[in-house]
Design a protein around this ligand. Sequence first.
Ligand SMILES: [Zn+2]
Length: 219
Amino acid sequence: MEKRPCRQYLCMTVGYLEQVISDFGFGIAVKHPESIDLPKSTIYQMAIREILKHPHPTLRKKSKVVTEFNEKLKQLVADMADTMYDAPGAGLAAPQIGVLQRVVIMDVTSKEEENQLIVLVNPEILHGEGSQVGEEGCLSVVDYTAKVKRFEKIHVRTQNMEGKESEFEAEGWFARVIQHELDHIDGVLFIDHLSGLKRALYKKQRKKQLREEKHVSHD
Ligand SMILES: [Zn+2]
């Protein structure tokens, strides 16, 4: 998922803080999954990977459950983190770099704060309640954002990189990012949640873009 436009937070004053706290779901920080340190680059050769763009067929496939919690998984997470922070994005799912595994990462901190990487392996939304409508963009959907309806609050079960299971609750923006990223591991994009008309407009725009790209590469 795209990084939230930072302009909303650059001019943050104390008066705004309460809103930001509820936006980010920081009010429930104690229930967040632990953020992890990036695997050390001395051990893992991190790499920025290519982010697949719609309509790449891999983005439409269902990802497989992770069964081996090994070095390969840690390397995948390291690459994903490198790719997400480089983009920059607030979240990334493994299929977006062409790996069909149920792994998503996110960092919902603002630009001014220290990074807090959250890694979810085989995550599931057990329960959702309420609703929120907010703007979404996606690193795999070029130059397009739209308002999407999501659950306001969700209960999530996940595993970490060692395979340890845990459950937590998320709300607001944090819950939105999770729902967006979890869609990816089921082959769903945020544009699928839009009305037929909006989706048709996006597809038209994307087709035009692709035609132009093709044209440029043939010149
Ligand atoms: Zn996305």
